[in-house]
Design a protein around this ligand. Structure first.
Ligand code: NAG
Ligand code: NAG
Ligand code: NAG
Ligand code: NAG
Ligand code: NAG
Ligand code: NAG
Ligand code: NAG
Ligand code: NAG
Ligand code: NAG
Ligand code: NAG
Ligand code: NAG
Length: 530
């Protein structure tokens, strides 16, 4: 996932009532693919092949390929974020030689020093490098312990983000002198470490990582919320206090909410705090944030600035459909699943409505309670677009983000409705048509122009997320089943305990210790895998 945008405002308080919740299987039982699925899967593999071949040629060891200039971009420590992010996708696609070459490379990274002059993001580094390494370790049957060793090396640097007894980490660290950079963080940055650091503790037998990550989340769960279950987006690591009262499912808050339910599932814990917090956030979102467009009745989750509902949406926020589908299935709550499917359909409509059939970065809409967006009202062209499509574009670029196709993947695996396969097939066609450069693929500046100018960055999440979600959409549903795996926010799958827990207040006891049910010790490490 990418750099999250976020905005701030003032603080209010609210309280919640909880549903009793029960676990259920996630995927539709007996789901099978149509025979033509392999055509789409092969197309995705070829896109990966082209993209990675160009990355190897022009950007090897750097973070991203700059696919127009045929050079590289370093914005994530310069250690080769695309390699970390591509590992699992290569493993699943059967690119074994590339996978092993990448693991050899990982063994050579020195995480003691950033290769870029800027500070290092704890959040971005965790979800890509730590998440990518541990997922690849699990996918490949724990054959390459160097992956855990390198995850621990970089995590040991990120631990410097936690200062004194402060539960909330500073997000940016100078890897030269290990000093965190002061400044406001957000709940997504401080709240999306639990899956990765928890597994790191399991495999290294050092509880420090897990304890730091969960203390941060438990602190945020305890904050006074502007809307029950959803803390303000901004948070001050120096004081642990909220900054402003901006509420959103989009960037800056997104993966805090995403991880509450995923952490409950991955740990199989009998501590209902996390699942309860997620259910509270969803329940209050249903009551306060759901909005239907006045045109075509599309369902969205609005933002709230502490005073006003803002009728805005974003590509980033569109993960919410898939997250509600997953969480609704885990809680055995069809109401939440159905909302998740409707939210996904509205996000897919942002794809279906443009000239390229690719969705924009941000958009807005109107509902029966008005059209406030916090910024300028729609102009005549936007209004005309709205009257045709039930949303209008406010930022028109597409930078290879995954969230809409991510939700579409959950919708397919849980509902079994073939329209989600058709959606994914159309996206593949559009990507093949509008995103190629001479050597690879890149973003476009205007999704509503078939001849848009191009960006010059093949983001690492293209490898980790877009191509993996598309590939798995057309893969045997028993492979990386949502009943067995939990994806981190960068689409790196982690193996979940077999026995499904029962979530929520007053239900079955499973494990007293998070991760205690999972086996796994760290074998002796040799410098490289071979
Ligand atoms: C694949 O086959 C299904 C019927 O099994 C059909 O509905 C769908 O349109 C086909 N998809 C493509 C991309 O050909
Ligand atoms: C990538 O695609 C090219 C062209 O189709 C093919 O020659 C090559 O073998 C592929 N690479 C791998 C690793 O499969
Ligand atoms: C997916 O499942 C099929 C059939 O069970 C199997 O042949 C294939 O190897 C699996 N693919 C992966 C990547 O596990
Ligand atoms: C990184 O720093 C640690 C702690 O100072 C040290 O043990 C390790 O050898 C260093 N790694 C490299 C590759 O320099
Ligand atoms: C990181 O720390 C070093 C050593 O104190 C300093 O020279 C450098 O300017 C710092 N970098 C940033 C981005 O703050
Ligand atoms: C566990 O990891 C933390 C953080 O890097 C470190 O300070 C501590 O010494 C480690 N504990 C052990 C027993 O190795
Ligand atoms: C499902 O979730 C909704 C929204 O929180 C809630 O109103 C409803 O009571 C739940 N249903 C069950 C059966 O728990
Ligand atoms: C929006 O419309 C759908 C049906 O089209 C309905 O199920 C849902 O309750 C409506 N939601 C709101 C918030 O009005
Ligand atoms: C937006 O809402 C305001 C206030 O209700 C109204 O005056 C205005 O016409 C609306 N604008 C559009 C484009 O619908
Ligand atoms: C887009 O470019 C193609 C070829 O460069 C050209 O044929 C076509 O007319 C252009 N379309 C538009 C809408 O500008
Ligand atoms: C979890 O289980 C342990 C052991 O059975 C028990 O001591 C603990 O109180 C339980 N915790 C919760 C929150 O139910």
């Amino acid at each position: 996932m990418s750099f999250r945008r976020w905005f701030l405002a003032a603080l209010a308080v609210s309280s919640a009532s909880l549903p009793a919740v029960h676990a259920g299987n996630v995927q539709k039982p007996g789901l099978t693919l149509p025979a033509n699925a392999s055509i789409q899967q092969d197309a995705v593999k070829q896109i990966f092949n082209t993209s990675y071949t160009a990355y190897k040629q022009y950007a090897w060891g750097h973070d991203d390929l700059a696919p127009v200039d045929e050079t590289y971009v370093d914005g994530l420590g310069g250690w080769g974020a695309s390699i970390a992010d591509a590992l699992g996708t290569m493993y699943l696609m059967g690119y074994t030689d590339w996978f092993e070459e990448a693991i050899d490379y990982v063994g050579t990274i020195n995480f003691n020093q950033s290769k870029t002059p800027d500070t290092v993001s704890v959040f971005e580094t965790t979800i890509r490098y730590v998440g990518g390494f541990i997922s690849a370790y699990e996918l490949s049957g724990q054959k390459y312990p160097i992956l855990v060793q390198k995850a621990q090396e970089v995590a040991d640097k990120m631990v410097y983000g936690f200062v004194g007894d402060n539960p909330i980490p500073y997000n940016y660290i100078n890897f030269t002198d290990n000093q965190p950079a002061s400044g406001t963080s957000n709940v997504a940055q401080a709240g999306s470490l639990t899956l990765e650091w928890g597994l790191l503790s399991q495999y290294t037998k050092n509880d420090t990582y897990s304890t730091l990550a969960t203390n941060s989340v438990l602190h945020m769960i305890g904050l006074a919320d502007p809307i029950a279950g959803i803390p303000a987006q901004g948070i001050d690591p120096a004081t642990g206090e909220s900054v402003g009262s901006y509420v959103t499912w989009g960037g800056g808050t997104d993966s805090y909410l995403e991880y509450l339910i995923k952490y409950a599932r991955l740990t199989n814990t009998n501590d209902t705090t996390y699942a309860d917090a997620w259910a509270t956030a969803v329940d209050s979102s249903i009551q306060k944030l759901l909005r239907n467009s006045t045109v075509d009745d599309w369902l969205y989750l609005a933002d709230f600035d502490g005073t006003n509902i803002l009728h805005v949406g974003s590509h980033l926020a569109c993960f919410y459909g898939g997250n509600w589908i997953l969480g609704g299935a885990l809680l055995n709550n069809q109401t939440i699943i159905d909302y998740g499917l409707q939210l996904t359909d509205a996000c897919m409509n942002t794809y279906a409505s443009t000239a390229t059939q690719i969705g924009p970065e941000t958009f807005a809409y109107m509902s029966s309670d008005g059209n406030a967006t916090g910024t300028t009202p729609p102009d005549a062209a936007q209004l005309a677009f709205y009257n045709e499509h039930g949303f209008y574009i406010t930022t028109a670029d597409y930078i290879l983000r995954p969230e809409v196709l991510e939700s579409n993947f959950y919708a397919w695996r849980v509902s079994g409705d073939q329209k989600y396969l058709d959606n994914a097939a159309k996206a593949i066609q559009s990507f093949e048509k509008y995103l190629p450069t001479t050597v690879a693929y890149t973003g476009i500046n205007d999704v509503n122009q078939v001849n848009s100018t191009k960006t010059n960055d093949m983001e690492s999440f293209w490898f980790a997320e877009v191509l993996k979600y598309l590939y798995l959409t057309f893969d045997d549903p028993n492979n990386i089943s949502l009943d067995d795996w939990v994806f981190n926010t960068e689409c790196h799958p982690f193996k979940a305990p077999t026995a499904l827990p029962v979530y929520g207040s007053g239900n079955l006891i499973q494990n007293s210790q998070p991760f205690a049910s999972q086996s796994g010790s760290l074998p002796q490490v040799s410098p490289t895998h071979s």
